[in-house]
Design a protein around this ligand. Structure first.
Ligand code: SAH
Ligand code: F3S
Length: 478
């Protein structure tokens, strides 16, 4: 690896680039939309294609191969991708040799439809088929279309070292599980990413250690549902004959995995996402409390504050059980930040259900959140069995009410930090000014402060002088 290293801000749908590999002559333009897992998958794809003679480029016009890693979670996400495909096809008119491929969830959902109906792409590859890319790329180079959307029960890419794309050299993702078995009725992920499977813990620890040696200071362990991580002794679940045999094996659950990683890289900041309330155990909270290097932050999506709606969504817990979990978080890790995902206007949601969401938010006092209007996804249980009956205007009004409440809660959380001194890991320049650094505290709150003699990746103490609902504004004190 040598020569050019372009560092850009991580952003949705931005050309992802990394160090050039000497001797590689073909040019790959790769973009990633959607979740962090997609970004990490794009890093796996770039790693596989680097061995096939591809260097990444940030210039669409010069690309031999254009890949877009796609998201299907809401209709709007898919519309964005369609616009990008149109753009690539316009560029292809001036560069006719260019091949275009679709990766990820939309590839898995639409399969051959992309090749048949759209004629806008040459290659369609689902999230479990990236190892087949060298063959598929050879096929399209010979002028044929190529597709592999086979989902796997085992693939974890455990042995593929991702090349880090657009990295700041400080924070990196490590995937620990793939797929999801939860079947929330609104969600397309179980269909696009397949069955849940856990990655071998040794390969996770090794990846964390390698990142530390390369100078990284923060890792995020990724999965659709990290708390259901489970690795059975020396093998996979399917290798054992019966339940008692499984019980005898020394299983590694998520709390054990967290402790293994925390011990292996004791100075690395460790984060994880996403936690599913039904699977989050008190053991995980104790592991977080025990290790200083595990950040005090939990992303704990709830989707709705109404037990009736939770049931319709097939979330496996009630409002009260969620509140109990939050009580445990606050008792075991008093300064832990909690964030949410919410969906407004799911099938059958009444004004009373909506009020339950608002009151739950007040109860938890979320630090921040990601809020969405329900978008029906083809193939999901909700699409098949329930009516999308909350009018668009009502969804929008409820959404703005929960967003406004969250802003108020976020502001009050940030205000509690004013006057305190917090430890910040520097990630890069502040968006607004190159005279200021931007970083985060353990609770994942963004902080900005004037530069003195620090560098990216330093951990520094910052006194918080002021804040907005999204940013702590401070001064370095040590
Ligand atoms: N467990 C996953 C959830 C992935 S989807 C994780 O790792 O985060 C992320 C969020 O998108 C969900 O928590 C939910 O709030 C939202 N979402 C999923 N399906 C949706 C839909 N059909 N309409 C609107 N929002 C949706
Ligand atoms: Fe989707 Fe529910 Fe899994 S939101 S990713 S089915 S936990």
């Amino acid at each position: 690896m040598a020569s050019e290293n372009i560092i850009e801000e991580k952003k949705q749908g931005q050309a992802l680039v990394t160090d050039k590999v000497n001797g590689n002559s073909k040019k790959l333009f790769i973009e990633s939309y959607g979740c962090q897992m997609n970004l990490n998958d794009s890093e796996i794809v770039a790693s596989i294609l680097a061995k096939e003679g591809f260097n990444t480029t940030h210039l669409l016009e010069e690309a031999d191969l254009v890949l877009v890693n796609t998201c299907s979670i809401r209709e709007k996400a898919e519309q964005t991708i369609r616009k990008r495909l149109q753009k690539y096809n316009r560029v292809r008119r001036i560069n006719p040799g260019m091949k275009i491929g679709v990766l990820g969830c939309m590839a898995e959902r639409l399969k051959t439809k992309f090749l048949e109906e759209e004629k806008m792409v040459d290659l369609v590859v689902g999230p479990d088929a990236y190892r087949d890319l060298p063959n598929l790329v050879r096929e399209i180079e010979s002028g044929k279309d190529a597709i592999n959307v086979i989902l796997s029960k085992e693939e974890t890419y455990g042995d593929v070292t991702p090349v880090r794309l657009n990295s700041n050299g400080v924070s990196a993702f490590i995937s620990i599980t793939r797929g999801c078995d939860n079947m929330c009725t609104f969600c397309v992920v179980p269909f696009t990413r397949g069955r849940e499977r856990s990655r071998d813990p040794q390969s996770i620890v090794k990846e964390a250690q390698d990142l530390w040696e390369k100078g990284y200071k923060e890792i995020t362990l990724l999965g659709q549902n990290v708390d259901s991580y489970l690795w059975y002794g020396g093998g996979l679940k399917k290798d054992f004959k019966n339940a008692s045999e499984i019980a005898k094996a020394t299983a590694t659950d998520f709390s054990k995995l967290l402790e293994m990683v925390a011990l292996a890289v004791p100075k690395m900041r460790i984060r994880f996402a996403t936690s599913n309330p039904q699977d989050m155990s008190v053991d995980v909270l104790h592991s977080m409390a025990k290790f200083d290097n595990i950040c005090n932050y939990i992303h704990l999506p709830v989707q709705t504050g109404s037990t009736r709606m939770l049931e319709r969504m097939n979330r496996q817990h009630t409002r009260e059980e969620y509140m109990e979990l939050v009580d445990n978080v606050k008792r075991i890790i008093p300064d832990c930040a909690i964030s949410q995902d919410m969906i407004t206007g799911f099938c059958g949601e009444t004004e009373e259900d909506h009020q339950d969401t608002l009151s739950l938010m007040e109860y938890v006092e979320y630090d921040f959140g990601f809020m969405f209007a329900y978008s029906e996804r083809p193939g999901t249980l909700a699409a098949k069995k329930m009516e999308d009956d909350v009018p668009h205007e009502i969804k929008k009004r409820r959404l703005s009410e929960i967003i406004n409440l969250q802003q108020r809660l976020s502001l009050s959380k940030m205000q509690q930090a004013v006057g305190k001194t917090v430890e910040i890991l520097i990630e890069g320049d502040s968006k607004k000014s190159s005279e200021h650094w931007m970083g985060r505290n353990s609770q994942n709150a963004v902080a900005v402060f004037p530069k003195t003699d620090e560098k990216i990746g330093d951990l520094v103490m910052v006194r918080v002088d002021d804040c907005t609902s999204a940013t702590l504004i401070g001064t370095r004190v040590a």
